[in-house]
Every structure is written in C-alpha cells, then in structure tokens.
Design a protein around this ligand. Structure first.
Ligand SMILES: C[S@@+](CC[C@H](N)C(=O)[O-])C[C@H]1O[C@@H](n2cnc3c(N)ncnc32)[C@H](O)[C@@H]1O
Length: 262
C-alpha cells in the first residue's frame, strides 16, 4: 500500500479539528461541566464536524445512494444514525409512509427535523419520528412504533454501523426483531478491507480516528455481519462496491440490499 494512501486520513483529521475544536472550546467555556461528560462532548464535537463533512460525504455517495435507496425503500423506514437527515432526500415520498430516524446525538436533531420536513416528513403529520436512543436500544425502538410487530419495512444504515456499540449483536437484533418478513436491509458502509495491507492500516488508525469522529471505527466488516445474520431471500439483492473506488482506500465501501425471507 502506498504511504500516501496509508496516511491520507490526516487531512480529514486536521480538517475535523479545524472545524470543530474552536466551537467545542467555546461550548466548554460556557458550560465547563461538559469536561466531565465525555459522551456529550464527543456528540457536540461530531455535530460540528458532520455539519461540514456530511455534505461532502453525501455528495460523494450520491450516485450509489440513488441506486440503492430511491427505487427500493418503501413503507416504514428505519434509518440508523440519521445524522443531519441526508438519507431522507433519497426517499420516494409516494412509497415511504413513515420515516423513523434513530439519532442519539441531540445536537443533530434540529437540522434533521428541518431536512425531513423539506422532504415532506413531519411529526405533525405523523410521518416523521425522531428517536434519541441508539440503534442497540431495540426495546425503545419497538415500543415507539405501533403494531404490527415487527414494524419496519426498510432498515437503512448509511455509514452508521461503524459507530454503534456491540454492532454484530445489534444488527442481528434489529433484523430479527424490528424487520418484517419480506422487509429489506439497505446499507452503504465503509468497512474492513479485503486487502490485508489496507486492513492492517485500518486497524492501526481505528482508535485514533474514532476519537475525532464520534466513535466511528474503520475496522468493521459490517457487510459480512449483515449477510451472516442469514434468512435472506435467495437471488435477491447482494453486496457490491462503489464505482470507481480504489481498493487501496482506507474508507473502502460496500453497498448492499438483502430481503428477509417470509
Ligand atoms: C457518519 S454519521 C452518518 C450520518 C448519516 N447516516 C449520513 O449518512 O449522513 C454516523 C451517525 O451515527 C450516529 N450514531 C452514533 N452512535 C449511534 C448508535 N449507537 N445508534 C445509532 N446511531 C448512532 C451518529 O450520531 C452519527 O449521526
């Protein structure tokens, strides 16, 4: 692997610090107790980072998401780690009846609500639900959604499995307990590379990267974990790559669609 590719992430880390450090220091100045609440501090820092990075990352994945989400998402959509609501813009309003956004970072909720509303989903109309719990909090997700159970037609994860705790158990529980038979999982994730040399660097950088990016781990084979849950309809969907992406990338993406057998 070229050293330039192995060390390329420093530009992003420098940029993230440049964007978020000063506003975070100001917030700590105003509310010093933040220093004793590392989770709240990390959420705040990440909300500033994603305010800028989110748009570029969305632009970069637009073609992929248009193919993955727009023609397939339908019914009740559960969006894991909705962030600032970039995914809602890919939903076909004629086919998606309710947008349920899981977003534990409350600093992202105002923008998420605005973006969802501009796309035609609102809490007033009962077509938008924002949950502050994490994706791993299955009981809160289930108790927030009306019958029938399981309630979800389309489970979407865009660049989120990298950040959730106990990801394998969480993915399995979400698919087993929240997704209807016949429902589908749509995902677009940066994952652990198939190339040993790239994977080595991903494992090396993962702890450092996760500090600057809200716990995001770059060393997770999320696509395999989803496929391994099993019980998928044969010959429907599958896993594919992002067009034009180098296999030397530390942020190597896999895209996938799986349909749960009835
Ligand atoms: C890299 S951002 C992606 C946001 C959005 N999906 C997008 O494509 O712009 C990851 C998101 O996952 C959220 N997140 C972190 N921990 C989570 C958890 N336990 N459950 C659900 N989402 C989580 C973060 O707050 C953040 O908004």
């Amino acid at each position: 692997m070229r050293l330039a590719a192995a060390f390329g992430l420093f530009t992003d880390i420098r940029c993230a610090i440049g964007i978020a450090l000063w506003p975070t220091i100001l917030a700590v100045w105003r509310s010093p107790s933040l220093l004793f609440r590392p989770q709240a501090l990390s959420h705040l820092f990440m909300s500033y980072v994603w305010d800028v990075f989110g748009n570029g990352v969305d632009e970069n994945g637009r073609d992929t998401k248009q193919v993955l989400i727009t023609p397939h998402a339908y019914g009740v959509v559960l969006d894991l780690g909705a962030g600032h609501g970039h995914t809602v813009n890919y939903l076909d309003h004629a086919r998606v009846t309710k947008y349920v956004a899981i977003e534990p970072n409350v600093h992202m909720h105002a923008k998420l609500r605005r973006v969802a509303s501009a796309a035609g989903y609102s809490e007033d109309a009962g077509t938008l639900l924002i949950l502050t719990c994490g994706a791993e909090d299955i009981s809160t997700i289930l108790s927030s959604l009306p019958a029938p159970h399981p309630p979800v037609d389309t489970l979407i994860s865009i660049l989120t499995i990298c950040s959730i705790p106990a990801p394998q158990a969480t993915i399995c529980a979400l698919i087993t307990e929240t997704l209807k038979p016949g429902g589908q999982v749509l995902f677009y994730e940066h994952v652990l590379s198939d190339r040993e040399d790239v994977a080595w660097w991903q494992r090396f950088w993962a702890p450092i990267w996760s500090i600057a990016f809200g716990g995001c781990r770059m060393d997770r084979p999320a696509h395999r974990w989803i496929e391994d849950v099993g019980g998928w309809v044969k010959d429907e969907g599958g896993v594919w790559g992002k067009e034009g992406e180098s296999d030397e990338s530390l942020f190597w993406h896999r895209v996938g669609r799986f349909v749960k057998a009835g």
